[in-house]
Design a protein around this ligand. Structure first.
Ligand SMILES: NC(=O)c1ccc[n+]([C@@H]2O[C@H](COP(=O)([O-])OP(=O)(O)OC[C@H]3O[C@@H](n4cnc5c(N)ncnc54)[C@H](OP(=O)(O)O)[C@@H]3O)[C@@H](O)[C@H]2O)c1
Length: 336
């Protein structure tokens, strides 16, 4: 067996591009570390936070040095185990980095099963992005029957899942997404009540009409350009979940700021969301989501690139928001 990895060629000075990376031959790990696992990567997760992490802009983590393997989570198959908790053939979500094979500590690995969904769904709807959506909708905003729920980046893994959860809880759901293809995914596949294309002139007036008498909950994934438009439409006592700021991750200058006066005027509640706070409750989300998936009340939509060689280009596409649904790179066969 031979191993290959994607490494950072140089430290990206702006939004990372495919040309910042290269795919290289790498030594095969000799075996599992003490109490660890030797794994074969099946699918890699492409996430917006990784763009910031490569530039030292994510949760205080240092930027990886050029020459190192790109960090990131995957679904992998256990080939050899030095841990009593895992055996060969198990499937795990763990931080392998971008490679065909990796030796990883067992402590950070989570066992998963296919159960009627692609195994890669554990990187999307049944993984970190789905948990983020569940936490924001059910634990922070506490969405209930009768809410008017707005979310942007609504075609993405977090936004699409958040809207589907809110709809299943009885809210009227309106998604904001860029372009007709994303809009079709939001209403056709995710079955939101409506979607608005913010790349079209007059989208704010359209949103106001669709959400009348105003959103009770807004789930923010993008940043200032959407938040400043939606906030004035909120009903009194509206709730806002601040989840992501995708449009600001690679810009310079001051981060966006909400004016405190309008927050008081609206008696609004603003919730900052960090998914790490909810990792120990992932089982609660998976228990809720699994029957919803079986009943088609929750849809998994993936944008898959084939092969490790295509990971850099797919990553660049994802960072530019050109993907549909959850961006995944299939690295090896799924024998689940
Ligand atoms: N707080 C947490 O713990 C947590 C956890 C996971 C994810 N997040 C955040 O949640 C958000 C959604 O995550 P996701 O994984 O589902 O990603 P995603 O929605 O698939 O991708 C981000 C989307 O942001 C929109 N966008 C608008 N302006 C952009 C710009 N200038 N550059 C890039 N994208 C832009 C694009 O959608 P349109 O074309 O439709 O605008 C893009 O597809 C991200 O901001 C992510 O960082 C936060």
């Amino acid at each position: 067996m031979t191993n290959r990895q994607v490494v950072l060629k140089r430290a990206p000075a702006a939004m990372p591009k495919a040309s910042d990376f290269e795919v290289v031959a790498a030594p095969m790990p000799e075996g599992p570390p003490a109490d660890g696992l030797l794994v074969r990567v099946i699918a890699l997760s492409m996430d917006p936070y990784l763009g910031g992490r490569l530039r030292g802009r994510h949760m205080g983590e240092p930027a990886p040095a050029p020459g190192g393997t790109l960090p990131g989570f995957s679904v992998s198959e256990v080939l050899e185990s030095a841990s009593p908790s895992f055996k060969p053939g198990d499937y795990v979500v763990t931080e392998t980095g971008w490679a065909h094979y990796a030796a990883v500590p067992a402590a950070g690995a989570r066992k998963v099963t296919a159960g009627g969904v692609p195994i890669s769904a554990h990187l999307g709807v049944l993984g970190m992005p789905g948990l983020t959506a569940w936490a924001g909708v059910t634990q922070l905003a506490k969405v209930k029957e009768g809410d008017v729920f707005v979310v942007d980046a609504a075609a993405g893994a977090v936004g699409g899942t958040a809207g589907q959860i809110a709809r299943n809880l009885g809210a009227r759901t309106i998604g904001i997404a860029g372009g007709a293809e994303k809009g079709a995914l939001v209403t056709g596949t995710y079955r939101f009540d409506a979607s608005v294309d913010y790349k079209q002139e007059g989208w704010q007036a359209q949103l106001k009409t669709l959400t009348a008498p105003g959103p009770t909950v807004h789930f923010e994934n993008v940043g200032d350009s959407v938040l400043q438009a939606v906030f004035p439409m909120l009903q009194t006592y509206g709730r806002v979940v601040l989840c992501g700021l995708a449009e600001h991750y690679h810009t310079e200058g001051k981060p966006p700021a909400l004016l405190v006066g309008p927050i008081v005027g609206k008696r609004a509640a603003i919730y900052g969301l960090v998914v790490y706070d909810f990792y120990d409750r992932l089982h609660e989300w998976v228990a809720l989501a699994t029957p919803w998936i079986a009943e088609k009340k929750l849809v998994v939509h993936e944008d898959v690139a084939e092969g490790l060689d295509n990971a850099p280009a797919h990553f660049e596409r994802m960072l530019k928001g050109q993907h549909l649904g959850k961006a995944i790179v299939r690295v090896g066969p799924d024998r689940a």
